[in-house]
Design a protein around this ligand. Structure first.
Ligand SMILES: Cc1cc2nc3c(=O)[nH]c(=O)nc-3n(C[C@H](O)[C@H](O)[C@H](O)COP(=O)(O)O)c2cc1C
Length: 185
């Protein structure tokens, strides 16, 4: 696909529209981004499902288990980075922000109820993620292990690979609005 370079002023809205589309579309390559953060030993990353997006709130949402190592690490250091890449359009986005971990409250409740029963059961496994497997334990739906990660995005890095040129833009949330500028790819 041959991509046109958008107007720089249109870029923040385009990023958020693309993210909203990804959250709503299961087979969109941006539906399963990688998230990275720091734990005591260094950087760690893994794939998650992009569950929801708020363009006006500037937030990206995923779910995880309260007992996971990422939940522990994000409690200690909430900084995180999201990586999206679409090989069809050759568009990469990196989004950096700070994680808010929600166990209770209206939004977390809404997120829990948005899950199919099959997904809720994943939070009922007997042992914590990453711990040795014990056989013969039954799983139920366990709301108590369900964690909503709401990440408040402050910066984005947009990279469009083109046939003849690549275009990259840096976006920062500053003084109540998105500032975007072209940078060298
Ligand atoms: C396609 C795909 C989607 C995934 N989605 C999630 C998710 O939404 N939340 C999650 O906690 N783990 C998800 N995982 C599993 C994580 O990648 C990871 O293996 C697990 O959460 C343990 O990570 P941690 O030890 O860093 O906490 C997904 C894995 C794949 C392959």
């Amino acid at each position: 696909m041959h991509a046109e370079r958008p107007a720089i002023s249109a870029l923040p809205d385009l990023c958020w529209q693309r993210l909203e589309q990804a959250a709503a579309t299961r087979d969109d390559p941006w539906h399963t981004p990688a998230i990275a953060n720091l734990n005591g030993d260094g950087p760690q990353m893994r794939t998650v499902v992009l569950r929801a997006v708020s363009a006006t709130g500037r937030t990206l949402i995923c779910h995880t288990d309260t007992r996971s190592s990422k939940a522990r690490a994000l409690t200690a250091d909430p900084r995180m980075c999201w990586l999206f890449y679409d090989p069809q359009t050759r568009l990469q986005l990196r989004a950096n922000g700070s994680a808010e971990l929600l166990r209770d409250g209206e939004f977390a409740e809404q997120q829990w109820h948005s899950l199919h029963a099959g997904s809720q059961v994943l939070y009922g496994q007997h042992g914590a993620p990453g711990m040795p497997l014990t056989e013969g334990q039954s799983a139920g739906r366990e709301r108590q292990h369900f964690l909503t990660v709401r990440c408040h995005i402050e910066q984005m890095d947009w990279l469009q690979l083109g046939r003849q040129a690549h275009w990259r833009a840096a976006l920062h949330w500053q003084a109540g609005q998105w500032q975007a500028q072209w940078v060298n790819p």
